[in-house]
Design a protein around this ligand. Structure first.
Ligand SMILES: Nc1ncnc2c1ncn2[C@@H]1O[C@H](COP(=O)(O)OP(=O)(O)OP(=O)(O)O)[C@@H](O)[C@H]1O
Ligand SMILES: [Mg+2]
Length: 420
């Protein structure tokens, strides 16, 4: 590569960006200046938090829902707007163990991290002291400890997440008894915390203080896009925003992806020196779908892929539009190597994870006296997702389908010739 090649790339990027007045307004990592809608969820959160006035703030609130449904943004916004309450907001995504989670909390509280040799109990004790001095400095008596990406704690298979939660909840009780401080832990995740494997002493202590964030609908996404685009562009045709909102609400209801769609559409138009149109948005939509599937598949586990294969097989080969968990599980057992096959319960959890990526959607269905079950529908074309899971496997599946169609055709022709 020569310097002129670098200059050409810089030129290309400058061109893409020439269409924006302030591109940072479409940065989904920054906290928006204003939040749109979500009145019901905001009220539920405030109800939990202001119960400190009666001394009854819940020790744990589970905030859960689909990606991009505004959970992190709204929890932060609400807490920062309540004057009497201190907030410590920690993103646990980078933590690989419970110990790292605890250390992240500690450093967010302004205390020094502890070496792992000290053990989890010691870090939790240090968290207690750090909360006390945090509240003393802030001259407040109530604190929300918001733990974003809370499900990370359930990935540490060597330690017991239930124990960690127990220690945290006991911390709430101790702070109240010893210092009259009220602590509420908010766990933000895609799945509700009560669905995880927790022991009874934790369950009975955390109760069921939950706030669910459903996916956004058309009107809400449109409003969010209007707000961002006012800052990001000099002018914007509302028809384009409506088109982005329509595609996004039909597909995923994810505000982050809706904003990305508008940004990438504008980049495509900018690169071509054209005014942004719905055609560019369509091109951006196809590009983002492609990128997304490749990205999910590149960072996922082989078990996740086996389950995806089972779903694709049932849809592509068996022609099923919806597949029950039990059907997917049966298919999975034919695909995954015997020695690494997981239990039905684990596969149900993986199906939840797959649903959270938007690859499938689920519907609850009644199984009569056996209670309720879930059935799943693939949200992407198998032609799209199959090659991203495993190209060799997918090529074989395509061949198999072709052979099946040819033999069906052969049978049809045979029957026809016999009837003549
Ligand atoms: N109600 C809203 N008003 C304004 N902007 C919003 C709103 N909800 C979401 N957004 C925008 O969408 C982005 C994604 O939202 P957020 O990060 O809160 O989603 P999330 O539910 O936490 O997703 P994930 O589960 O992936 O962490 C935010 O950075 C913000 O720009
Ligand atoms: Mg979030």
């Amino acid at each position: 590569m020569k310097k002129s090649d670098i200059d050409a790339i810089v030129d290309k990027i400058d061109k893409e960006n020439s269409i924006f007045k302030n591109k940072a307004a479409l940065d989904v990592l920054r906290t928006p200046k204003r939040v749109i809608g979500r009145n019901k969820e905001v009220e539920s959160l405030i109800r939990f938090f202001v119960s400190y006035k009666q001394g009854t703030i819940p020790p744990f609130v589970s905030v859960y829902g689909r990606s991009g449904s505004g959970k992190s943004t709204l929890v932060r916004f609400v807490c920062e707007s309540l004057d009497d309450i201190a907030l410590c907001f920690v993103n646990l995504r980078s933590a690989k163990t419970l110990f790292e989670c605890a250390n992240l909390i500690l450093s967010e509280l302004g205390a020094e991290a502890l070496p792992s040799a000290k053990g989890l109990g010691a870090v939790v004790l240090a968290i207690k002291d750090a909360i006390a001095s945090y509240l003393q400095d802030a001259k407040k008596h109530v604190i929300i400890l918001a733990l974003d990406e809370f499900d990370m704690i359930f990935y540490d298979k060597r330690n017991k997440p239930s124990d960690f939660m127990y220690k945290l909840v006991v911390l709430c009780e101790q702070l109240k008894k010893e210092k009259n401080y009220q602590l509420c832990i908010v766990g933000i995740s895609n799945n509700v915390v009560s669905e995880y494997d927790l022991d009874e002493r934790v369950r009975s202590r955390i109760g069921n203080s939950e706030v669910y964030f459903p996916a956004y609908g058309y009107e809400e996404i449109l409003e969010i896009l209007r707000m961002c685009s006012k800052e990001a562009f000099n002018e914007m045709d509302d028809v384009i925003l409506q088109h982005c909102a329509k595609l996004s609400s039909q597909d995923h209801g994810d505000a982050r992806r809706a904003i990305d769609l508008l940004r990438v559409g504008a980049e495509i138009a900018g690169a071509k020196n054209q005014a942004l149109s719905t055609k560019h948005v369509d091109q951006a939509y196809a590009k983002l779908q492609n990128d997304r599937i490749s990205e999910i598949m590149s960072r996922t586990t082989s078990q996740f892929k086996y389950v995806c294969r089972a779903i694709v097989y049932l849809s592509y080969i068996m022609g099923l539009e919806m597949a029950h968990t039990s059907k997917i599980y049966d298919e999975y057992k034919l695909i995954a190597p015997k020695e690494s096959q997981l239990t039905y319960r684990r596969i149900s959890e993986i199906l939840n994870d797959i649903e959270n990526t938007g690859i499938v959607t689920s519907q609850v269905h009644s199984r009569g006296r056996h209670g309720y079950g879930k059935q799943y529908k693939l949200e992407f074309s198998p032609n799209f997702i199959g090659p991203a899971i495993n190209s060799v496997w997918w090529d074989n599946l395509v061949k198999m389908k072709k052979q099946m169609e040819e033999s069906k055709q052969y049978d049809k022709e045979k029957k026809l010739s016999q009837s003549i």
